[in-house]
Design a protein around this ligand. Structure first.
Ligand code: KIV
Length: 258
């Protein structure tokens, strides 16, 4: 097993896992300094391309963004989301995972689903492709509105089954998205691999958020998103200054000229 993967698994119950998204080199370089896992999420479809659904994201898009991110990632585990319709069966999943790893030099792939994709996860792991699972709210297959999962007994049972299925199939970690605190806690205590929560409470073994959201680059108004800075404001004032200096010919001075 890849030593980076082992390191992530060994963190369970010892130290919280930090995971953030990156879609390009410049952000990846900064995230890499502080995160354990850098995820090139298919959330880039909505964040960068304004798509109404991640289903429109293609493998080609993911490959180009991951190649850029790879240049900025030196120490963290680099995970790529396999987009919708790229892992419909075992051979398709293996073919596309191999392409992703060969072309981007990422360390692992992430797929959405539990019991439904367990045969695919097992097949990938048997072929030495490290896999991260993703259950709870799964944007690639959701029907209707985004909402939290695991309130009813039926939903709780399904989540437990899904988590166990991913663990026994060989996934090295599982993203829990928008699951209620009690079920996140139960799953995290039940399985031996780490759970990484997004809107899934502090009881997970780590947390993941979309970097553009925490920087205030998006206008996301989601309950679990905490904005740590309003970077739009910072960028705006720098660009405004540049504009004023260009108009008033304060820029470029001799220092910036040949
Ligand atoms: O696509 C994504 O960025 C994700 C994370 C937010 C978990 O799947």
């Amino acid at each position: 097993m890849n030593y980076k993967i082992k390191k992530i698994i060994n963190k369970k119950k010892k130290s919280q896992i930090v995971c953030l998204t990156a879609y390009s080199k410049n952000i990846a370089e900064i995230v890499d300094k502080h995160a354990d896992i850098v995820l090139v999420g298919d959330s880039l479809g909505s964040v960068l391309y304004n798509y109404s659904t991640t289903r429109k994201v293609t493998l080609e898009m993911m490959l180009e963004h991951t190649k850029s991110v790879r240049m900025g990632v030196k120490k963290s585990l680099l995970v790529i989301d396999l987009p919708y319709n790229t892992y419909r069966n075992k051979s398709e999943a293996l073919k596309n995972s191999k392409i992703a790893i060969k072309e981007t030099r990422c360390d692992a792939v992430k797929v959405e689903g539990g019991v439904r994709v367990q045969h695919i996860v097992r097949h990938l792991v048997q072929n030495k492709i490290p896999v991260m699972g993703h259950i709870g709210l799964t944007p690639q297959t959701i029907k209707g509105k985004f909402k939290s999962v695991g309130k009813t007994e039926r939903e709780k049972k399904k989540l437990i089954k899904d988590a166990k299925a991913l663990e026994t199939s060989g996934a090295f970690a599982i993203v829990l998205e928008c699951t209620y605190s009690d079920i996140s806690k139960k799953i995290s205590n039940l399985i031996k691999i780490p759970t990484i929560g997004i809107g899934a409470s502090v009881y997970c073994d780590g947390q993941v958020l979309v970097t553009d959201d925490i920087l205030g680059l998006t206008d996301a108004k989601i309950k679990f998103v905490k904005k740590y800075v309003n970077i739009k404001k910072v960028i705006n004032s720098a660009i405004l200054k540049f504009k004023h200096e260009v108009k008033s010919k304060k820029y470029p001075t001799k220092k910036y000229s040949y």
